[in-house]
Write a protein that binds this ligand. Structure first.
Ligand SMILES: O=C(O)C(=O)C[C@]1(C(=O)O)C=C[C@@H](O)C=C1
Length: 363
């Protein structure tokens, strides 16, 4: 290109000019979001400012428009932060997550809501549900399934007694590292702390590399990281956030047995989310214990060609029903073919609860 400046000063001058343009445009966008907030409040004084379907559309559009050289995911992450800051101007958002600080759930909350949301660690999954139900926070983030270890029953069980809805999902690639503190004698590691799920996800690696080390299960990977700081013969299995928070270094990286190890998290709140164009619905269905019950439940999905993405069975906790199924499928409950299936399932089941229709995780 003939007009491309070639010396460093000229290039930096060009970057300064571009930054000034970007700054002006970001602030113009933020002022627009403030205007949106006024329109929303005028339409409905009890309006919700956070709109998951719109955010998913904005991010998908940016990824589709992107021509590089920046990677589409990288660009989407930048826009995620811009929208997070714009939403904070409309309304500061408080999010409760399964803590303590440094857990993968905190990472998921950040990935979904961006840095401008205030995130608060809770000690247990039911506490996250309670804080959202009580209105102490706007939304909650809880883990629901891991690709290696399967479903997180606690989360599914919490939905049975709750009126909260699912407003979104986040999928996080989970990388575990073997972490040590400054005082650790790296050749003398005889004890390893971690959450039981993480031990399970790294079992083969541990059997091969540390067959004789004592494996001590603790309540979270962040807790494991906190413990190793003061012990010279211990290591922890945890992710990047916990490593950073407790100033630990990696003795071994990415030690998970499956390279595609990922965890899915749900965003819980009090709102129904309109269609975004690429949505998913989660329902819980109670069936009576009779022959063919599962077939009766699944048949309408098959007939209407609805793609199921997950089916989990949980024992019912009330005496009335025998099975409870958690089902995720593609589509939004406002779409006619989805509404038709739900109608048929309602006739066949003892009880059906729609937990929410929400956009597929974008990032
Ligand atoms: O479109 C809206 O409803 C907005 O409030 C604007 C905006 C944005 O910055 O693009 C901000 C927050 C919402 O969650 C969705 C989008």
């Amino acid at each position: 290109m003939s007009d491309t400046p070639i010396d460093l000063d000229a290039l930096r001058h060009r970057i300064d000019d571009l930054d000034a343009d970007i700054l002006r445009l970001i602030n113009e966008r933020a002022a627009c979001a403030q205007h949106v907030a006024q329109v929303k409040s005028a339409e409905d004084p009890a309006t919700v400012f956070y709109r998951p379907e719109r955010e998913a559309q904005v991010l998908r559009r940016i990824m589709a428009l992107n021509k590089g050289p920046l990677d589409s995911e990288e660009v989407a992450r930048l826009f995620r932060e811009i929208m997070s800051a714009c939403l904070a101007l409309e309304q500061p958002i408080k999010v409760a997550y399964l803590g303590p600080e440094g857990t993968f759930t905190q990472q998921a909350a950040l990935k979904h809501f961006g840095e401008s949301a205030v995130s608060l660690p809770m000690a247990a999954i039911d506490e996250v549900f309670r804080e959202v139900e009580a209105g102490a926070v706007n939304y909650g983030v809880v883990p629901v399934e891991n690709s290696t270890e399967g479903v997180i029953n606690h989360t599914l069980d919490s939905f049975m007694d709750s009126s909260l809805r699912i407003c979104g999902e986040v999928v996080l690639r989970i990388h575990h590292h073997l972490l040590v503190g400054e005082a650790t004698r790296q050749d003398k590691v005889s004890r390893i702390y971690s959450h039981p799920q993480s031990f399970a996800q790294c079992r083969k690696w541990l059997d091969a590399h540390y067959p004789h080390a004592e494996r001590v299960p603790v309540s979270s990977n962040a807790e494991a990281s906190r413990l190793v700081k003061t012990e010279w013969h211990s290591a922890a299995i945890a992710g990047d956030m916990a490593a950073k928070l407790y100033g630990l270094t990696r003795l071994a990286e990415k030690i998970e047995d499956r390279p595609d190890n990922s965890t899915r998290f749900l965003i819980i709140g009090n709102q129904d989310v309109p269609m975004s164009g690429e949505d998913k619905t989660s329902i819980v269905v109670a069936m009576r214990n009779q022959p063919g019950a599962l077939h009766d439940l699944l048949e309408p999905f098959h007939r209407h060609r609805i793609d199921m993405t997950r089916l989990e069975t949980r024992p019912s906790r009330s005496g009335v029903w025998n099975y409870v199924f958690f089902i995720d499928f593609k589509g939004h409950c406002d779409e006619p073919h989805v509404a038709a299936v739900l109608e048929e399932v309602r006739v066949r089941a003892a009880e059906v609860k729609v937990l929410g229709s929400y956009p597929f995780g974008v990032l």
